[in-house]
Design a protein around this ligand. Structure first.
Ligand code: SF4
Length: 399
């Protein structure tokens, strides 16, 4: 274990841009004073964003949940319906999906997140058809969706390689992968919550393949289902190692597990301090990942504001539709003006961003703030047919 005096020298080295080892990261995560950890992370953020360090970003997007039918049966998921459960299971047709895309465009949204279960009939062809239809009708919408788990599943259904699956859905319109299904990458905590999902190594292998094929992604971490601090740092190490080879992870987004209405009994959530420490240690340890995203949706607006002082440069999305999160316990919602105000009160200039993080609108003059209050997060389990809690989808919503 690193001595107290040495902790500060490790922090100083990290703040100056030096790489830290996983062992050092674990010591800092566990033992460094919270504010010192945040100050070091903020120093790194300021240097990485020199010239625009006064700005914090957000994006306007819509989640589209296309089915809850799933064969993977993750223990923490109360959303899915087994294929034979025809009462609970539902699918959404293409017309409905296109209508939701049209509303997204009308409200100034730039990104859609296609999320759903691992349907036993949905191979590569299903996604090709839907992405092509969306892009034909709305070429301006960025499809930032799915993840390694969906790729593994659709490739298996269609009897093709993951390379072919990725290439085909990319050609059909998928722009980038969300960090879906990362959960916890180390074997023990992953098996405990999602035993039928691919291994963490396989998840990374598929993401690495996507990056090699020109499809970038974000990366995530689900905190608070019983993993140890060492396993959290190991998750970061696994991401950093792949990023050293590909550079394809645009962002890292930790989020906290929401405990309501699912089957993981006796699990406690990560505390907000643990969450802030993770934001900070991610900024320090993931020296090769450009963006660290604070997630106000699951932690609350005030913690979202604090995350901007602990290394985060982005506050994620205003979701025009998020149907599942409230039933799983996350009750925070906001409209665009609130997010703008929230960022301002954290001492930053808000900017709406694109999926690839370019600034679309910089809100540097309150007199010019947008006034359309329809641009807000709609979080309602009643807005989706048969909708119930889906912890993974809820959390992926911030990707
Ligand atoms: S979390 Fe996703 S993959 Fe797992 S059971 Fe639920 S819908 Fe299926």
């Amino acid at each position: 274990m690193t001595e107290k005096a040495d902790l500060q020298s490790v922090l100083d080295r990290a703040a100056a841009g030096g790489r830290i080892t996983p062992e050092e990261a674990l010591d800092l995560y566990r033992d460094a004073p919270l504010h010192a950890l945040g100050a070091a992370a903020d120093a790194v953020r300021r240097r990485k964003y020199a010239g625009i360090e006064h700005i914090a970003t957000y994006i306007i997007e819509r989640n589209i949940n296309y089915t809850n039918v799933c064969v993977t049966a993750c223990k923490f998921c109360a959303f899915y319906a087994a294929p034979k459960d025809t009462e609970k299971g539902w699918t959404r047709d293409l017309d409905d999906i296109l209508r939701r895309c049209a509303e997204t465009v009308e409200l100034g949204g730039t990104q859609i997140m296609f999320q759903g279960g691992h349907h036993p009939d949905y191979g590569v062809e299903y996604y090709e058809k839907h992405f092509k239809a969306i892009k034909d009708a709305f070429p301006q919408l960025v499809i930032h969706s799915l993840g390694a788990s969906e790729v593994e599943h659709m490739a298996r259904i269609s009897g093709v390689s993951v390379e072919e699956a990725i290439t085909r859905i990319h050609e059909a319109g998928l722009d980038s992968f969300a960090g879906a299904g990362a959960e916890l990458l180390p074997e023990r905590p992953r098996k405990a919550i999602a035993p039928l999902k691919e291994s963490g190594e396989r998840w990374l292998e598929i993401m690495e393949t996507a990056h090699r094929l020109g499809v970038e992604s974000t990366s995530t971490m689900l905190m608070g289902t019983g993993e140890t601090n060492a396993e959290r740092i190991e998750h970061l190490r696994m991401i950093r190692d792949v990023q050293d080879r590909t550079g394809g992870f645009r962002a890292f987004i930790p989020y906290t597990y929401q405990p309501e209405n699912n089957h993981l009994k006796g699990r406690t959530q990560a505390t907000l301090f643990e969450y802030l420490r993770m934001i900070a240690i991610a900024r320090l340890f993931l020296d090769n990942v450009q963006h660290i995203q604070g997630s106000w949706l699951t932690t609350g607006k005030e913690v979202g504001q604090l995350s901007l002082h602990y290394g985060a440069d982005d506050l994620g999305s205003i979701m025009l539709e998020e149907n599942v999160v409230s039933s799983a316990g996350a009750k925070h919602r906001s409209n665009r003006l609130e997010i703008i105000d929230l960022i301002r009160k954290a001492g930053r200039v808000p900017a709406q961003r694109a999926t690839t993080y370019e600034h679309l609108v910089v809100h540097d003059d309150p007199a010019n703030d947008p006034v359309d209050e329809r641009v807000m997060s709609h979080i309602s389990s009643t807005a989706i047919e048969g909708g119930t809690a889906h912890p993974e989808l809820k959390l992926l919503a911030t990707n």
